[in-house]
Design a protein around this ligand. Structure first.
Ligand code: NAD
Length: 345
């Protein structure tokens, strides 16, 4: 496993170590600003879990981590679009070079299964209609998405060239516990806990397809076990929402709104909960809409998202309210950075 100390990776390791007694996990993670050992504190000292502190673009460390490994799930990445707009270089080093170093080491070590975690953002942006299928051409539009597309194509090339059994997954926007508080939903909840407004890009009209991290991890587990080598699998949440709808829902769930939830048709007619919303200048090149067609993963692996967005969001809001000790130090560090990376979805 790479990047297991981040958001999705730590949820995935928890799923494996809790439900799969036959598995041992090695977690190779650089503990960048987004990595946090506290995410997996309960497994420290567990004989089935080993942590290696190192970078995926370091061939010697990767060779060591790969020793005796059957399967790799590659989560490690620079993952925040806004940071990639400010400086793309770390994204190329980790997401492109790091992925190539890992693929190479996996090939040489004879690894039996390799899941590369890509993203829906590799497809680019949609208008009001349509969905991305796995056959949609890759048209990334941000430096983050371009670096992920490069990693995605390298992974596929290692299957075509060396028959390294690689499966690519392309999840949509995840949400849930342990997500770093620079991403859209944790920013909103933690700002409101602190009595501050929630920043929303532009008029909040952009659409994201929200996927609960538990559903995402379950899908990745299925692809790891039964996915076809050389194939890509979309993992969509089937929960498309305008950003402003999500913001208003969070305000309501925090008990700060009117008590009336607003349907999508009211996106442009602000309710009183908007007193908690701060409209900020839009992200350059902001992708309007992502939406994934899940037909392939449903047909081949029997996976569908199970968590409704309203239930998942309510549980997530509760988790952040109950875990200020987890997020407060991270937010304090971010505000010391004071570079304003705080509102991306
Ligand atoms: N979060 C989402 O909504 C989402 C959606 C689709 C795809 N993805 C992809 O899923 C993966 C995990 O995303 P996340 O949200 O958990 O990310 P995250 O930023 O929370 O975690 C990334 C982890 O990778 C580690 N890392 C970064 N650079 C590294 C390096 N060079 N060497 C070793 N470790 C390094 C970090 O320390 C951190 O633990 C990423 O590949 C991301 O592109 C995320």
């Amino acid at each position: 496993m790479t990047g297991g100390s981040g958001f999705i990776g730590s949820n995935f390791i928890r799923l494996i170590l809790t439900h799969r007694a036959d598995c041992e996990v090695v977690n190779l993670d650089a503990l960048t600003y987004a990595g946090n050992k506290a995410n997996l504190q309960e497994f420290e000292g567990d004989a089935r879990y080993r942590f290696i502190h190192g970078r995926i673009e370091d061939p010697a460390v990767v060779r060591e981590a790969m020793t005796g490994i059957d399967a790799v799930v590659h989560f490690a990445a620079e993952s925040h679009v806004d940071r990639s707009i400010a400086d793309a270089a770390p994204f190329i080093i980790t997401n492109v070079l790091g992925t190539q170093v890992l693929l190479d080491a996996a090939h040489k070590a004879g690894v039996k299964r390799f899941v590369h975690v890509s993203t829906d953002e590799v497809y680019g942006a949609l208008g009001e209609e349509g969905k991305f299928t796995e056959a949609t051409p890759l048209r990334p539009r941000s430096p983050y998405a371009a670096s992920k597309a490069a990693g995605d194509l390298l992974a596929q090339a290692y299957w075509e060239t060396y028959k390294l059994p690689v499966m690519v997954v392309r999840p949509s926007n995840n949400y849930g516990p342990y997500q770093f508080p620079e991403k859209f939903i944790p920013v909103m909840v933690t700002n409101l806990v602190e009595g501050r407004k929630v920043p929303v890009y532009g008029r909040g009209e952009n659409v994201r397809d929200w996927l609960h991290v538990d559903d995402c991890c379950r899908a990745i587990g299925l692809v790891l076990d039964r996915g076809q080598p050389g194939e890509a699998y979309n993992i969509g949440g089937e929960s498309e929402r305008h950003n402003i709808e999500v913001a208003r829902l969070v305000v309501e769930l925090m008990g700060l709104g009117t008590g009336v939830l607003h349907p999508p048709s009211s996106v442009l007619s602000p309710p009183s909960s908007d007193s908690w919303i701060d409209y900020v200048p839009d992200r350059p090149g902001h992708d309007f809409r992502y939406a994934l067609d899940n037909a392939k993963i449903e047909r081949e692996l029997g996976w569908r998202p199970e968590t409704s967005f309203e239930v998942g969001l309510s549980r997530t809001v509760d988790w952040y309210r109950e875990h200020p000790d987890w997020w407060r130090p991270l937010k304090e560090r971010l505000s010391r950075e004071s570079r304003g990376f705080w509102t991306g979805a």
